[in-house]
Design a protein around this ligand. Structure first.
Ligand code: ADP
Ligand code: MG
Length: 465
């Protein structure tokens, strides 16, 4: 969803709220809020008022949620944070207008509109979500090196580490770190042009353009768009697999930027060598700068991430609630955040303070979640399909064994988040075979509802063990 659509939705929501909320409250709190992104089913908002996150959540949570639901057709979480850069720009603009001492002074709304318009222009060009900044990024052992390198790149783009290749499992903060680089550059070197793109969207653009009758001029424009920047951020490059035309485009864009000393940052859920069918000419390019990984956060870091979220959203939450959530969501920051949002949303809706009992009730996970081994998962899948672990380890290609083996590999990766090397060791196979199984199930469940259901049920069953 692009930033203009997001802004339209928010403007509609605001109009609706204006009719429901007392005028003074509306002007005090809602006028200073702007929408900046929609990711992971979370609608991101920022405000220029430090107190707004707390006040708005406590008093208007229900109204905002239901207005968003109307437009999305389903429950959508929202995330409202104070943004210091946004506030600073706003105040600066105000001072500038005041010092001009025009006969007709702009009123507050106009000044804000100006800042917002600039912000929207910047966002719509760069395609960044303002939620993902260094200020909101918690550093722990799992991401210390990646963070330091990202900061170095942000301060001095294209000096060292080019490309910067960030890899790690899903939900561990790759997109956040990558976009933080973009924001840092935009706010500190405003002349530089930054553009963020998801590989999937890039691919869709290529396909759309080459299908048009005027494809030559369209592709020209498209190339300009990605080659005429100082910092290009390409997210989830593993998506590129087998997409020949898009690979060619990326290849030429990469060379054009690199030769002109422009910074490239890439993320992926795996190393370049593990992206099947990635040609050597691309692999060697991705590997020629610096590759850094992000691993799952340890307990202290998980607590710190939750605390940061609570503070950002102006909530006063007992420490034991943070600990409880951190103990139960161990391997994925997106899920950790989701659990936190769920608990805080329920508390806001019911209008009661957050307690550990309340969190337990909402999250419904009585005992600490245990860490699963590849063996645990394989055993559960083998039992379900009536085969044995030895069958999995064997070279048998019988339909029953190989299809249940694919599922076991997929779930082993999803549940344990172990590397494909570790999983391969257990199954006594090559790690490329594991990748193949994983991708197969990932694709199959998109089109096969029955398989999706089975895999989902198995996953829940294993997680309850
Ligand atoms: P990935 O791109 O690796 O799948 P994301 O960057 O989308 O993961 O992160 C998932 C969610 O977790 C985002 O909302 C992000 O803001 C949050 N998150 C991840 N790592 C951190 C961190 N170290 N500090 C704060 N928030 C984080
Ligand atoms: Mg991501």
């Amino acid at each position: 969803m692009d930033i203009l659509e997001i802004r339209n939705i928010w403007n509609e929501v605001k109009l609706e709220l204006r009719d429901e909320i007392p005028a003074h409250a509306y002007y005090s709190w809602f006028e200073g809020i702007e929408s900046v992104g929609f990711d992971n089913n979370i609608f991101s908002l920022i405000t220029v008022h430090q107190l707004a996150p707390q006040i708005v959540r406590q008093n208007y949570y229900k109204q905002i949620s239901s207005a968003l639901k109307k437009r999305f057709g389903e429950n959508v979480d929202f995330d409202l944070r104070y943004d210091a850069d946004f506030a600073e720009k706003y105040v600066k603009e105000k001072k500038k207008e005041a010092s001009k001492a025009k006969p007709v002074k702009l009123d507050e709304d106009d000044e804000q509109k100006k800042v917002l318009d600039n912000l929207a222009k910047m966002q719509s060009f760069s395609n960044l979500n303002l939620k993902y900044k260094f200020e909101n990024y918690v550093v722990g052992e799992n991401n210390r090196f990646a963070h330091a390198v990202a900061m170095a790149v942000a301060k001095n783009p294209a000096k060292k580490y080019n490309p910067l290749f960030i890899y790690g499992g899903s939900g561990l903060g790759k997109t956040h770190l990558m976009q933080a680089i973009g924001h840092h550059v935009l706010f500190n070197k405003s002349k530089l042009r930054v553009r963020y793109i998801k590989t999937e969207d890039y691919y869709n653009e290529v396909i759309k353009n080459i299908q048009c009758s005027d494809r030559v001029s369209r592709m020209d424009k498209f190339r300009q768009k990605y080659r005429n920047v100082d910092v290009l951020l390409i997210d989830d490059i593993q998506f590129l697999e087998s997409k020949k035309a898009t690979m060619d485009e990326i290849f030429h864009t990469f060379d054009s930027l690199h030769n002109n000393n422009k910074q490239i940052v890439i993320t992926s859920d795996r190393l370049p060598k593990d992206i099947p069918t990635l040609p050597d000419r691309l692999r060697t390019r991705f590997e020629m700068g610096l590759m850094v990984d992000i691993t799952p956060p340890d307990f202290e870091t998980r607590v710190a991430i939750l605390k940061n979220l609570g503070e950002q959203q102006g909530m006063d939450i007992p420490f034991e609630v943070y600990e409880y959530i951190a103990n139960n969501f161990v391997s994925n920051v997106r899920e950790l955040e989701g659990a936190f949002n769920k608990v805080s949303a329920f508390a806001d809706i019911e209008g009661i303070p957050l307690s550990i009992e309340f969190a337990k009730k909402v999250l419904n996970c009585e005992s600490a979640k245990k860490e699963f081994s590849v063996g645990d998962v394989a055993k559960a899948v083998a039992d379900f399909y009536g085969v044995s672990i030895d069958d999995f380890k064997s070279t048998s290609r019988s339909q029953k064994i190989s299809s249940s083996r694919h599922v076991a590999v997929y779930l082993a990766r999803e549940i344990t988040e172990k590397s494909f090397e570790t999983i391969a060791e257990f199954f006594n196979k090559k790690h490329t075979t594991m990748l193949y199984s994983y991708d197969k199930i990932k694709d199959d469940i998109k089109v096969n509802k029955e398989l999706e259901r089975t895999v989902f049920d198995l996953k829940s069953k294993i997680k309850e063990m």
